[in-house]
Design a protein around this ligand. Structure first.
Ligand SMILES: [Zn+2]
Length: 140
């Protein structure tokens, strides 16, 4: 019996998006085939200078990769993220998406520096309402 899965999903802990994240995983055939890490701001800690949380997240990636042989990491970020609102004041949704997109790109580099054989995908969840009922999920 092998304990192998194809992916690791790192997403924000935000309760509003848990159901939508699960539905997206089903559509992508990732349900029961991916490890999942749930952390405020998703991969934000890889690039925001919080070394303690960064190391926790890198450890989770290492475990998923070495123990379960996962080969793709999905970094799932979303609009109206409270973890980003704590340290930023955005004047628009576009400005928030730009900042998070830049962070996502930096996070890809951080992961690939440590784990060059991992494929990293950036996923953006655009919340169309405040409670996460309607979302648009795209790879960016
Ligand atoms: Zn969030």
């Amino acid at each position: 019996m092998s304990h192998v899965c194809k992916a690791l999903i790192i997403h924000c802990m935000d309760f509003r998006l848990i159901g939508q994240t699960a539905s997206w995983m089903e559509r992508e055939h990732l349900m029961r085939d991916a490890d999942v890490v749930s952390l405020a701001g998703s991969s934000k800690s890889l690039v925001d200078g919080d070394e303690e949380t960064k190391n926790v997240l890198l450890k989770q990636i290492d475990i998923s990769h070495s123990l379960h042989d996962s080969c793709t990491v999905y970094l799932v970020h979303h609009s109206s993220c409270g973890a980003y609102a704590i340290s930023n004041s955005f004047s628009s949704k576009e400005e928030e998406k730009k900042k998070q997109s830049e962070d996502l790109q930096k996070a890809v580099l951080v992961i690939n520096e440590r784990f060059p054989d991992l494929k990293v995908k950036k996923i953006w969840v655009d919340m169309k309402d405040s409670d996460g009922t309607e979302v648009e999920i795209t790879e960016i």
